[in-house]
Design a protein around this ligand. Structure first.
Ligand code: CP
Length: 312
């Protein structure tokens, strides 16, 4: 059984295969009838133990555009509140003839753990502070669409790197494609091991990072993952690390602005920057559907070339 648990497990050619497949689905999504019957024999469950707007709707749309039957599960309102375990929950759903699982969980490694206990493909829709692989794929796909390619481009990943699964998946995805990566944020929000372990540049100076980059991927502060705040106040964070239009206009070139959402407007990103013509934030969201269609299609075994992670 093949899964998509993280970008760390992928080869560059896997990423390219996903992008080529997503190109085809993006073309389908421009048609008046935005559907193909490719997965009409497949039932997919979206198992969300953590809140989501974009990822959850995007997966559901991707599944429906592929003709799959779709079931949605939220931990809130379920028998998880009565003490049912993750494995029991998923196995009970699978016994109703479900063929594939998309899962978001607040625990790092939850989909990897589950992959040892079930025999259908799992797509990780975000696990704790570990990975969010389809977000990184749609981010790189959007850079490729905007700038023509990812290789050789300079990408600044800005803000709360420590608690961000988007940051880690993006670092893996971008480095595998030959992009240069700088992470920028307060020292308290950047893990010390990153520079050597993942071959990225580290700076604590936002202007320096923005002057250097072609693309700034601005991240949300993950307050829900910090027991005690790792900076003095949101206002001070915003003054030192917030991206706004005045700062963008003062740079020596026009950079592309990205954000995975949800945005804390006025904290890490001002409205005038988020809504500017430099922003591709809503294109990222749009591309998420084609990317997720590609991942589901490939994991369902519809391509002979599929080489996504084995989950071992
Ligand atoms: N980017 C992202 O994962 O957003 P959601 O939490 O709304 O799914």
């Amino acid at each position: 059984v093949k899964h998509l648990l993280g970008i760390r497990d992928l080869q560059r050619q896997d990423i390219e295969l996903i992008f080529q497949t997503a190109d085809s689905f993006k073309e389908v999504l421009q048609r008046p009838i935005k559907k193909v019957p490719t997965l009409r024999d497949t039932t997919i469950v979206n198992v969300f133990f953590e809140n989501s707007t974009r990822t959850r709707i995007s997966f559901e749309l991707a599944e429906k555009r592929l003709g799959a039957d779709v079931v949605n599960f939220s931990a809130s309102g379920s028998s998880v509140s009565k003490g049912e375990t993750l494995i029991d929950t998923v196995n009970n759903i699978l016994s109703m003839k479900v063929d594939m699982v998309v899962m978001r969980h607040s625990a790092t490694g939850a989909p990897h753990f589950l992959s040892k206990h079930i025999d259908v493909p799992i797509v990780n829709a975000g696990d704790g502070i570990n990975e969010h692989p389809t977000q990184a794929l749609l981010d790189s796909f959007s850079i490729r669409e905007k700038l023509g390619k990812v290789e050789g481009k300079k990408i600044a990943i800005c803000g709360d790197i420590m608690h961000s699964r988007v940051a880690l998946s993006n670092i893996y995805c971008l480095r595998k494609q030959g992009a240069e990566v700088t992470v920028v944020g307060p020292p308290t929000l950047i893990p010390k091991y990153l520079e050597k372990a993942l071959d990225v540049n580290v700076t604590y100076n936002m202007r320096e990072a923005l002057e250097w980059c072609d693309v700034a991927n601005v991240l949300r502060i993950q307050l829900e993952r910090q027991n005690t705040p790792l900076f003095s106040s949101l206002r001070e964070y915003s003054l030192a690390y917030g991206v706004n239009k005045k700062l963008l206009d003062s740079l020596n070139k026009e950079i592309v602005v990205m954000h995975p959402g949800p945005i804390n407007r006025g904290v890490e990103l001002s409205s005038d920057a988020a809504d500017s013509k430099q922003s591709i934030i809503l294109h990222q969201v749009e591309n998420g559907v084609a990317i997720r269609m590609a991942v589901l299609y490939l994991l369902a075994g519809k391509s002979p070339n599929i080489t996504l992670s084995s989950g071992n």
